[in-house]
Design a protein around this ligand. Structure first.
Ligand code: PGA
Length: 250
């Protein structure tokens, strides 16, 4: 049985300014944080450099998006090379807000994942169904399709630089967390999918995070589930309770 290091990502989304970021860095620096947990914060692009220079080295820094080529005439975009250049080493791709607000499809997300990995970034790749899809009994079909597009982009080989984040769209920012059983069920299906479509090694080693209204109050029950290997946390990652979420296993 592979041991998967617990992973907690914070996704600041389009929030914060330098003063607020200083506050987050302060509570993260004081912790104390469980040393057995990998912690990465997803920072708005404009603050990547600033945050990287102030955060403890043990905390990874992620961009929240990047484009699919290294440079060129793409006004408003950031490349993987730029993210690496300012010292960040992760990127969040395929977040539901990128999919649903900005119209990114599986194909584009796949291209971004491929380019980010080729550039040397690690990737938090997000998937998840909408409420309509869940109520229509299509959860598995949707998350398998989204994972297949990511998997195709990865091919065999770079899976060790990928963390999957299952984030049901109906649970993001809504206060409606998936129950530990609901999340575990999808994580288990995803692991089985990876075993069948990629390899049993990748299935055992890949961390599958849960995201969607994770708080200090619900993280411990979620963290007990066998196939939940960590969290991607939005709103609560801006608050001191993020430290409790990082320490959910303690
Ligand atoms: P939330 O966001 O924790 O605020 O629901 C999670 C996410 O979007 O990653």
């Amino acid at each position: 049985m592979a041991t998967r290091k617990f992973f907690v990502g914070g996704n600041w989304k389009m929030n914060g300014n330098k003063a607020e970021i200083n506050g987050i860095i302060d509570f993260l620096s004081k912790g104390p944080l469980d040393p057995n947990v990998e912690v990465v914060v997803g920072v708005p692009a404009i603050y990547l450099d600033y945050s990287r220079s102030k955060l403890p080295r043990s905390i990874g820094v992620a961009a929240q998006n990047c484009y699919k080529v290294a440079k060129g005439a793409f006004t408003g975009e950031n490349s993987s090379a730029m993210i690496l250049d300012v010292g960040a080493d992760w990127v969040i791709l395929g977040h539901s807000e990128r999919r649903n607000v900005f119209g990114e499809n599986d194909e584009l997300i796949g291209e971004k994942v491929r380019h980010a990995l080729e550039s040397g970034l690690s990737v938090i790749a997000c998937i998840g169904e909408t409420l309509d899809e869940r109520e229509g009994g299509r959860t598995e079909e949707v998350v398998f399709r989204q994972t297949a597009a990511i998997s195709k982009a990865i091919g065999q080989g770079s899976w060790e630089k990928v963390v999957l984040a299952y984030e049901p769209v109906w649970a993001i920012g809504t206060g409606k967390t998936a129950s530990p059983e609901q999340a575990q069920e999808v994580h288990d299906q995803l692991r089985k999918w990876l075993a069948k479509e990629v390899s049993s090694d990748v299935s055992q080693k890949t961390r599958i995070l849960y995201g969607g209204s994770v708080t200090a109050g619900n993280c411990k029950e979620l963290a007990k589930k066998e196939d939940i290997d960590g969290f991607l946390v939005g709103g609560a990652s801006l608050k001191p309770e993020f430290v409790n979420i990082i320490n959910a296993k303690q």
